[in-house]
Design a protein around this ligand. Sequence first.
Ligand SMILES: NC(=O)c1ccc[n+]([C@@H]2O[C@H](COP(=O)([O-])OP(=O)(O)OC[C@H]3O[C@@H](n4cnc5c(N)ncnc54)[C@H](O)[C@@H]3O)[C@@H](O)[C@H]2O)c1
Length: 256
Amino acid sequence: MLGKVAIVTGAASGIGEACAQAFARAGARVAMFDRDAAALAAAARAIDGALGVVVDVADRESVEAGVRKVCDAFGGVDALVNSAGVESTYTIERMPQQEWDRVLGVNLTGVMLCTQAVVASMSARGGGSIVNIASIAGKRISYHGGAAYTASKAGVLGFTRHAAFEFGIRRIRVNAICPGPTLTPMIRRNATEEEIARTETIIPLGRWVQPSDIASAALFLAGDAAAMCTGTSIDVDGGVLVSNGSSYNDYFARRR
Ligand SMILES: NC(=O)c1ccc[n+]([C@@H]2O[C@H](COP(=O)([O-])OP(=O)(O)OC[C@H]3O[C@@H](n4cnc5c(N)ncnc54)[C@H](O)[C@@H]3O)[C@@H](O)[C@H]2O)c1
């Protein structure tokens, strides 16, 4: 990523922040988008040369203004990591439409708006790479979130495939990552310490995924090592999807 320009959304916290740090360490010039101005300022201060831009990814004008700022400051965009996301805990029966729209607006429409805003610059530079942070919830269901979250992440996987097809001709690669349980502020807001400890017992690799684990996969997908990968997704879930929901400890307790 040496000398490349990377935009990371949701960069003030968790997975986005870890991606911004990893891309900067790999030599990229990093622009950090987030709607939380105070957290963003703190996160951007910690990365040498990073540009923090307050952006609401669900708002077209805000996204376009943010991308313009990056192009003015750094000359264009080579990579985009869409990590901004929100959770939702309503059951389907009780979900206000406003809540559905809010979650879809950030998690799915946000990915589309950020993609739209960067493709002209990427095309002008001969190509680029977009990495969408989806979720294993997009393939099964969300434990901590509700149906709006699950639907938004399934949508991100569909959008990723379609965008990969449309932009392949311009050498813009579009891929996704499906994180499993990843210990970030999003989880700490929604789970008790006891639930956090219990979750660890269903992860075959024996520990929570860390934001840096997702950042490593994002760096791979964004870089030349993944030059012929597009429209695909990588599960970074410690083996949760293959465990079929059973407690890992129970599995061995019943086997010889
Ligand atoms: N933590 C997990 O277990 C997990 C698992 C699977 C997928 N994910 C996905 O990873 C991504 C990052 O999640 P995280 O766990 O780091 O969460 P987080 O809450 O720690 O960070 C999310 C960041 O996105 C920002 N954000 C929210 N709405 C925004 C908007 N409209 N515009 C700009 N910024 C906005 C928040 O301010 C925050 O800084 C999300 O898309 C989430 O759905 C997380």
